[in-house]
Design a binder for this molecule. Structure first.
Ligand code: ADP
Length: 644
């Protein structure tokens, strides 16, 4: 048991340590993951930034293409419109006011259908004669645009293009202009203006900044209006003069943004076509510093640059956000793993405890089984011993029975010798008489004597047969035996004694035709009856007119009672106490062994019955045998009669 319990505690200790080791390993894994993710932060940031820059680059190209497309689509329009005869006509004859409304309306219709802000016609002096906006308050008619480079360029070079903040409309516009020829003579100039506001609306969705700068570095278009007309650096004198002379923008608006350019290298982002820089801006009011990575593309025809500024902090925020999610995932995974490990440890502990319990139980069961086995073996040995003892007892009992019978025979020998001697003497005298009668020729009388001799011989043969049966060793088996026949045999056996003692035998048996079958052995039951009858005769030795009552009655529970009552001295107190003990006798030495009742007791018990004795209220002793009634219709009875 001791070794068993030490073996059992070992796995429990191991299973308790293992989860602790697992938890430590898990904590280490989590910490290493966190550390690695922190170390990887710059790379993640750079990758994210690269992605953002590529995205913004694509946006920038799109913006560039949209503007470039819009400009190139409009570029050819003035030359086409200049071909219209009505324009030539009104220029040729400015005083013909009848044509002007038609010209104006035509221009209006054209502007409407082409989605163009304004179309207007100027004479060679720059004064507007006809305009699409002739109906509006801000109508250009009568206004002079000689100061605009597109006008002079159209006159000088055949094409003019320009962008400016409209002096009349206050709207930013791009202007294309072409001369109106009359043969080779220039009659005037037609100008087409497109507004730029509509492009900007689409830029406001992104958190990157998008703006367009002109050749001087003035922000001419922007996603946010507060950056409009700000410059990326201080303007040169010449530039300022040019702006002022052409009234391109109001000079007061042109204040430089506070920015600082820095070199930047981004390993993940290689695009030679783009300029890369970090711009720091600080706005008016509450100071705001924002770092951007800037990309630029050129719209050569207009001399514009499309700028896209990607906030560099956003990648860090995004990277940190990503890391936070990653950490959260790692932590949740770690926690789940820890919980799982904990559960597993508990389960292991429970299993170990159950195993320990099961082993203890098993050990106990084994112990019990061993105990039971040894008890069983002991019991078996005892049973064998008992069986042997019983066999010995049975043997002894059988021998005693035999001894008892022989003793009874011994007791009967005097009577028997008388029984034999008397008929022998009678046979002798009958024989002599028969001889005498024969001599005298009295045949009938001789025959009578011979018949008597024959009767005597029969009687002696009968006694001899009973004696032989009585002396025989009985069989052990139980059979159904006829009680009436057994009683008759016993009485026959004791007949000489009964007659000598002049006993008046009163038999109280059921009617003749009712055979009484009981369970037992014929010889043994006969021996019991002989015993009881002998004892009764012994007890009545001094009684002058002895009477014996022998009755057989049915009892409850399928039993048969045989009662034998004498008129002797009855049972003394001693006798009542020890009646059935072996070797208890009150008789003289040589008269009794004290075995008769003890043997009878055992025989009746073997039959499944019982024997009882009492003093009858009217005097004398009464012995009763209670025997089991045989089951009806049993075929063994007749055979039993022959064998027993
Ligand atoms: P034994 O006849 O050899 O003495 P038993 O066992 O047959 O042995 O009887 C034991 C004793 O029981 C007898 O000695 C006698 O004292 C007493 N006993 C038996 N039968 C009777 C009886 N019918 N009346 C009085 N006493 C009896």
């Amino acid at each position: 048991m001791v070794t068993a319990s030490t073996q059992k505690t070992r796995p429990l200790g191991n299973s308790a340590k293992r989860p602790r080791r697992n938890l430590a390993a898990l904590a280490l894994v989590v910490m290493v993951s966190l550390a690695l993710s922190v170390a990887a932060l710059p790379q993640i940031e750079e990758r994210l930034m690269g992605g953002r820059l590529r995205q913004d680059e694509a946006t920038m190209r799109l913006v560039t293409e949209v503007i470039r497309g819009a400009l190139s689509r409009t570029e050819a329009l003035p030359a086409l419109i200049a071909e219209r005869p009505i324009l030539r006509d009104i220029l040729r004859d400015p005083d013909n006011t009848g044509l002007l409304p038609f010209a104006n309306e035509q221009l209006r219709q054209t502007a409407l259908s082409l989605d163009i802000s304004d179309i207007y016609v100027m004479d060679t002096f720059g004064t507007t004669i006809a305009a699409s906006n002739y109906r509006l308050d801000r109508s250009f008619i009568g206004q002079n645009f000689r100061f605009r480079p597109y006008f002079t360029d159209a006159l000088d070079n055949g094409i003019g293009r320009y962008h400016a903040l409209g002096t009349t409309s206050g709207q930013r516009g791009y202007y294309f202009a072409a001369p109106i020829f009359d043969g080779t003579r220039i009659l005037g100039v037609v100008a087409v203006k497109i507004t730029l506001d509509r492009f900007e609306a689409a830029w406001r969705d992104s958190d990157s900044r998008i703006f367009v700068t002109d050749q001087h570095g003035v922000i001419f278009m922007a996603d946010r209006s507060d950056w409009l007309f700000r410059t990326l650096g201080p303007l040169s004198e010449a530039a300022l003069e040019e702006v002022q002379s052409t009234r391109q923008y109001p000079i007061t608006l042109l204040t430089p943004l506070s920015l600082r350019r820095e070199a930047v290298s981004l390993s993940d982002f290689r695009s030679n076509a783009l300029t890369r820089m970090v711009i720091t801006t600080s706005e008016q009011g509450p100071e705001q510093r924002q770092a951007f990575l800037a990309q630029q593309s050129l719209i050569a025809s207009a001399g514009w640059r499309v700028n896209i500024l990607t906030p560099s902090g956003s990648a860090r925020t995004e990277a940190l956000g990503l890391l936070a999610i990653l950490w959260l995932v790692i932590l949740i995974a770690g926690l789940s793993a820890a919980i799982l490990l904990q559960r597993r440890a508990q389960l292991l502990e429970r299993i170990a405890a159950q195993r320990e319990l099961a082993e203890t139980l098993e050990a106990r069961v084994q112990e019990r089984t061993r105990d039971l086995n040894s008890a069983n073996t002991q019991l078996r040995q005892e049973v064998e011993e008992r069986t042997r003892t019983e066999d010995r007892l049975r043997q002894t009992q059988a021998e005693l029975v035999q001894a008892g019978k022989l003793a009874a025979l011994g007791q009967m020998s005097a009577a028997l010798s008388h029984e034999f001697n008397q008929p022998l003497a009678a046979v002798k005298s009958y024989a002599e008489n028969a001889a005498t009668f024969l001599d005298r020729g009295r045949g009938d009388e001789a025959r009578e004597n011979i018949t008597r001799i024959s009767h005597m011989a029969d009687r002696m043969a009968s006694i001899s047969k009973h004696l032989r049966n009585f002396a025989r060793r009985p069989q052990d088996q139980l059979r159904d035996i006829p009680l009436r026949a057994v009683i008759r045999d016993a009485l026959d056996l004791l007949d000489p004694r009964l007659r000598r003692a002049k006993v008046d035998l009163i038999l109280d048996l059921p009617p003749e035709d009712d055979e009484i079958m009981v369970v037992g052995g014929r010889v043994r039951l006969q021996q019991v009856l002989v015993n009881l009858l002998s004892n009764a005769l012994d007890a009545m030795a001094d009684v002058s007119a002895p009477i014996l009552h022998l009755s057989v009655t049915d009892e409850a529970d399928d039993m048969i009672a045989l009662r034998l009552r004498d008129q002797g001295h009855g049972l003394s107190q001693d006798a009542q106490a020890q009646l059935f003990d072996p070797f208890f006798t009150t008789k003289e030495v040589g008269q009794g062994l004290g075995l008769g009742l003890s043997i009878s007791y055992n025989i009746i018990r073997d039959f499944g019955g019982r024997i009882e004795a009492r003093n009858h209220p009217e005097g004398g002793a009464e012995f009763s045998l209670h025997l089991r009634k045989a089951a009806p219709e049993t075929p063994s009875a007749p055979r039993e009669m022959k064998k027993a």
